[in-house]
Ligand binder design. Structure first.
Ligand SMILES: Nc1ncnc2c1ncn2[C@@H]1O[C@H](COP(=O)(O)OP(=O)(O)O)[C@@H](O)[C@H]1O
Ligand SMILES: Cc1cn([C@H]2C[C@H](O)[C@@H](COP(=O)(O)O)O2)c(=O)[nH]c1=O
Length: 216
């Protein structure tokens, strides 16, 4: 039975890598897939992983009807056995409905990959619709870690090294950015709530205001 599967996790937990692996394993067995993505860091029409792998993909623009695209492709004699979607959080809710229709009416598996929440811990509309419609939601097995060692569950945005909680929902970017640039850092909920990034924690530890603990 074909499924709409949502593979979700924080930034930097291996989603794009898994998307590439799923595509590789299927194409190694002669299956042909369509890979959609939107606003990958590597540029338009690319699906890239931090492990260095990158593949061509179809850029799913805001107005694109993903179901109609596949029907057109098949009608022209193209073969499609499965569909992969990376950065699925950026898709419009109506495009997630189109993915569900691809599963139900075209009998194709759709594997969607994305983060669920933005830097303010609010759901992306595309991720919300995936949670509502997916047959299955899978958490990535490789956990990203907060600087404290706990499992990272949230994405923080930094500007000039400082965590921010206001701004546009979508700003394409990466973790480990240079100070001064917009960047991201994955944190556990406790440290996201306290706005305590690795840099902020280092500054607190080095502050002369922090008294050494007296021996009892
Ligand atoms: N130099 C490295 N050596 C080993 N693994 C790495 C290295 N750099 C990144 N990774 C792995 O790649 C993961 C990020 O993969 P990626 O698919 O780009 O993540 P996502 O799509 O979830 O943002 C990291 O969590 C880490 O496990
Ligand atoms: C938290 C957050 C992230 N983004 C952007 C930053 C990246 O370009 C992608 C996530 O990509 P990844 O492969 O999962 O690392 O999303 C954003 O636009 N807004 C946010 O709040």
């Amino acid at each position: 039975m074909p499924e709409l599967v949502f593979f979700s996790g924080t930034m930097d937990c291996g989603k794009s890598t898994l998307a590439l692996q799923i595509g590789h394993n299927r194409s190694a067995r002669g299956l042909q897939g369509v890979i959609f993505t939107r606003d990958d860091r590597a540029g338009e029409g690319k699906l890239s992983s931090r492990l260095g792998l990158v593949t061509d993909a179809v850029e799913a623009d805001e107005d694109m009807d993903l179901y109609a695209y596949l029907v057109d492709r098949v009608t022209r004699g193209g073969r499609v056995d499965y569909v992969i979607v990376d950065e699925a959080q950026f898709l419009a809710p109506v495009q997630i409905d189109q993915l569900a229709r691809i599963v139900d009416d075209l009998d194709l598996d759709v594997f969607a990959f994305g983060i669920t929440t933005d830097f303010r811990t609010k759901l992306f509309p595309g991720a919300q619709r995936l949670i509502e419609l997916a047959d299955r939601i899978e958490a990535l097995q490789v956990e990203a870690l907060c600087w404290c060692g706990a499992r990272a569950t949230h994405n923080a945005r930094t500007v000039g090294g400082e965590m921010v909680v206001e701004g546009a929902q979508v700003v394409v970017g990466d973790v480990n950015q240079l100070a001064g640039e917009v960047g991201y850092e994955v944190l556990c909920r406790r440290h996201h709530r306290r706005r305590m990034t690795a840099e902020a924690a280092r500054a607190v530890a080095l502050s002369p205001d922090v008294l050494p603990v007296a021996a009892e």
